[in-house]
Design a binder for this molecule. Structure first.
Ligand SMILES: Nc1ncnc2c1ncn2[C@@H]1O[C@H](COP(=O)(O)OP(=O)(O)OP(=O)(O)O)[C@@H](O)[C@H]1O
Length: 278
């Protein structure tokens, strides 16, 4: 149901030797919502993503992902392949990681590799062109075309991904993640490097994904206009610790959040509060 948690992070910790990147972090993201994870540089946001998506094994805590049908998964116990395939978590990265020499269409086909491999009977049925394979391939192409159209790149389906403008590559990455039909889409700074028009297009795309209701979104983003416009819920990290959690309006007016972004020490937060009249 919409409103039930899809993701429950409980007491998450991640240490790298002496560095504590994430410390005792707990928060929930709900089905059908856009949840933003924000905080100053080095706050631990990408580390949280890496723990959720299985790139890192957390040093402590649990991460539970629950599908709408009631099935749930303890992500800290799964490897990245199973998190993507079974728990249906997809992600994009801070730096674009498309296959630059492949076409836009091929990038979206690669994302559907698991389903296609299954349908091809691990290649044999594909080699002989069995009907089950042909129908799976046609469905994969259709889904890729739907997404190319949605992101305005249908005309450029056969262009190498690496030759597309930067903003198009960012949207193509999101489309590629969406071609895996994820329950949870994790986006690491999708607006980075976009101009105002491209950012507005991105916000529209993410809101349209939310409106369809099948995919919930967890978003790391420094562009506060995007965060404030599209998020239902914002979690703020600073030095690996949660310092605020609530609606965009709630966290925007939180003195600790403002102080963290301004780089103010803890004992000066009261002064910031007074100055801002909070
Ligand atoms: N693999 C690693 N080995 C050692 N330290 C790491 C590793 N990954 C992250 N860190 C450290 O963990 C802390 C949090 O980093 P992280 O990249 O998660 O922050 P962030 O909030 O995503 O920052 P940014 O907004 O700049 O991307 C930093 O001090 C970083 O140097």
């Amino acid at each position: 149901m919409s409103g039930d948690p899809i993701l429950e992070v409980d007491n998450l910790a991640m240490r790298f030797g002496g560095i504590v990147a994430v410390n005792g972090l707990s928060f929930a993201a709900r089905h059908g919502e856009i949840t933003a994870l924000i905080g100053p540089n080095g706050a631990g946001k990408t580390t949280v993503f890496n723990c959720i998506t299985g790139f890192y094994k957390p040093t402590g805590g649990t991460i539970r992902l629950s599908h709408r049908d009631g099935k749930s998964y303890q992500l800290q116990r799964l490897n990245d392949f199973r998190i993507s395939k079974i728990a249906k978590v997809a992600r994009t990265f801070q730096n674009i990681r498309l296959f630059p020499g492949m076409t836009a269409l091929e990038n979206l086909m690669v994302a559907q590799h698991n389903a296609l491999m299954r349908a091809s009977g691990l290649t044999f049925l594909g080699l002989i062109g069995a009907p089950s394979w042909r129908s799976a391939e046609a469905s994969a192409i259709e889904l890729a075309r739907i997404w190319l159209k949605r992101i305005g790149l249908l005309e450029r389906a056969d262009d190498a991904a690496g030759n597309l403008p930067y903003g198009d590559q960012r949207r193509l990455e999101i489309a590629r993640a969406m071609c895996t039909t994820p329950a949870l889409l994790c986006l690491d700074e999708p607006a980075a490097g976009l101009n105002a028009r491209e950012s507005a297009g991105l916000s529209e795309l993410l809101m349209s994904i939310r409106a369809e209701g099948n995919t919930s979104i967890l978003l790391i983003e420094h562009d506060m206009s995007v965060v404030m416009e599209i998020s239902d819920h914002v979690v703020v990290l600073d030095y690996g610790v949660k310092i605020a959690d609530g609606t965009p309006q709630h966290v925007r007016d939180d003195a600790r959040v403002i102080a963290a972004y301004l780089g103010v020490e803890d004992d000066e937060v009261a002064a910031v509060e007074q100055e801002l009249g909070l």
